[in-house]
Design a protein around this ligand. Structure first.
Ligand code: DC
Length: 231
């Protein structure tokens, strides 16, 4: 039997819904490449903060054209390189997290990064996580999932993750930051965070990571079965 065509799997949703862990595990199970598109917006934000570039549309778009942002698959999912430097940890700094929603709201910035994302996924065999993958980057993705969870649950998970990295945070602070990002990401006029009409919405509030992964994989296998049946 010939091996199935390599699919494009889009995983969107708000911060803290479990997208990155789920997408990484799904990619591992399928032997696909995991692409975290948020890391691109974060790398550009880091470059702007380091160089003192004003967080305005034209200077940021110019910077996006100048810098080289690379996403490299690695054993732990993905490493992010900015002009050859590994910035995978630096892009998670609180200053970056606070500024990234502003940076990613500018249409001229999005156009440049979306083009790079399309290039990365064009041959399939990718699980791409973001906010607009199923709506804008790959509106014809083979499988579209929108992961969501209650704000409390997302804040609890994010706070636990941060504590594991040695950062002590109060859960209500994390909840406030997530709520603000949700609002900025959902209310922007270009590519706001929302499920594609044909996305399968999965509420992960009561699900374990394994269960989330299995649900997404079930959708992928179903899609592969349909593709086989259609020849
Ligand atoms: O997934 P994340 O928290 O690393 O994403 C960082 C920010 O980047 C998020 O607040 C919104 C933005 N983003 C986006 O606008 N479009 C994407 N495809 C991915 C992320």
């Amino acid at each position: 039997m010939s091996s199935p065509r390599k699919l494009i799997i889009a995983i969107d949703g708000p911060a803290g819904a479990g997208k990155s862990t789920t997408a990484r595990l799904v990619a591992q199970r399928l032997g696909y490449v995991y692409v975290d598109t948020g890391a691109m917006y974060r790398a550009l934000t880091l470059a702007a903060l380091r160089r003192g570039v004003p967080l305005e549309e034209e200077p940021l778009a110019e910077l996006a054209r100048q810098v080289r942002i690379e996403l490299r698959p690695s054993a732990d999912g993905q490493r992010t390189l900015l002009d050859g430097e590994d910035v995978s940890d630096a892009i998670r700094l609180p200053e970056v997290t606070q500024a990234v929603s502003r940076v990613s709201a500018f249409p001229a910035v999005r156009r440049i990064l979306v083009e790079k994302q399309r290039e990365l996924g064009k041959d399939g065999g990718v699980v791409m996580d973001g906010r607009d993958i199923g709506t804008v980057v790959f509106p014809h993705a083979d499988v579209k999932v929108f992961l969501t969870a209650s704000l409390e649950q997302r804040a609890r998970r994010r706070a636990r993750e941060l504590r594991q990295q040695g950062v002590q945070v109060a859960e209500h602070e994390v909840a406030r930051e997530l709520a603000l990002r949700d609002r900025l990401d959902s209310e922007r006029s270009d590519s706001p965070l929302r499920p594609a009409p044909d996305a399968v919405v999965i509420d992960t509030s009561e699900l374990s990571i394994e269960e989330q992964t299995e649900r997404v994989l079930a959708l992928v296998y179903e899609r592969q079965r349909c593709n086989r049946a259609q020849g």
